[in-house]
Design a protein around this ligand. Structure first.
Ligand SMILES: Nc1ncnc2c1ncn2[C@@H]1O[C@H](COP(=O)(O)OP(=O)(O)OP(=O)(O)O)[C@@H](O)[C@H]1O
Ligand SMILES: [Mg+2]
Length: 211
């Protein structure tokens, strides 16, 4: 009949969300772990391949491993005492080698602005991605490198990893990340820019949070 439109039945298209959850559930945890590791390595490569040794020359970017020189890292032997002795590390690779009587699992790297804290973090990310021999992070199942200023109000470490490092990886959600990390033997976590984070108490919450 003229003027009357023929009703056309369209097949319902799967939504992006539906596709993601269907493929998520089809994946095993081991497969998800591989996706996590690959995605993290891709995210870190973008960062460690873009080191700018001369701040005003924007078009010359280098891989961190090409520009990194060993600085003078000093290791404070006894953190509780006021006049504690310091020991010069022969390499950043010895950063977790503890010669004091107590052994700590965490390290705080302190230094003035521009002394190379973020560059050290990138070098460690490079080491993990490329399995650099003798690096303290090479043997870790997973390395998480987060810049604290990007954290915003995210209160869970798993959500922070999802939002900051794996935003475009729709096959993994923050629960997957939690499941994977909790089953890893060794996870190294580097939080860069502690001083740039307004609420440091929250950082502690994020580290210990279980959301
Ligand atoms: N170990 C190093 N080898 C070679 N170049 C370095 C090294 N450490 C730092 N640099 C150079 O110095 C610049 C500043 O270093 P970086 O950004 O790592 O300092 P920072 O301690 O993180 O400073 P801030 O406290 O402001 O965050 C880097 O862009 C890098 O080019
Ligand atoms: Mg920095």
């Amino acid at each position: 009949m003229p003027g009357k439109k023929k009703a056309v039945r369209r097949k319902k298209q799967p939504t992006h969300k539906g596709t993601a959850s269907a493929s998520q559930s089809a994946l095993t945890l081991a497969e998800k772990k591989c996706i996590l590791i690959d995605s993290l390595k891709t995210a870190y490569k973008k960062q460690y391949d873009a080191v700018q040794p001369i701040p005003y020359i924007k078009d010359r970017l280098y891989c961190v491993d090409k520009v990194f020189v060993e600085g003078g890292i000093e290791h404070v032997l006894e953190t509780q005492s006021k006049n504690s002795q310091k020991e010069r590390l022969s390499s950043y690779k010895n950063i977790f080698t503890d010669s004091s009587s107590r052994s700590y699992t965490r390290r705080i790297v302190k230094g003035e602005a521009g002394y190379g804290k973020s560059t050290l973090a990138l070098q460690l990310a490079y080491d993990w991605c490329n399995g650099v021999k003798d690096s303290p992070v090479s043997a870790a199942d997973v390395l998480i490198l987060l810049k604290l200023r990007q954290l915003g109000n995210v209160r869970s470490i798993y959500k922070a990893i999802k939002v900051i490092l794996l935003q475009s990886e729709f096959r993994l959600n923050s629960k997957d990340i939690k499941d994977i990390l909790q089953r890893c033997t060794t996870v190294k976590l580097i939080l860069d820019g502690f001083d740039e984070y307004p609420n440091r108490k929250k950082v502690i919450e994020v580290i210990s949070g279980d959301h």
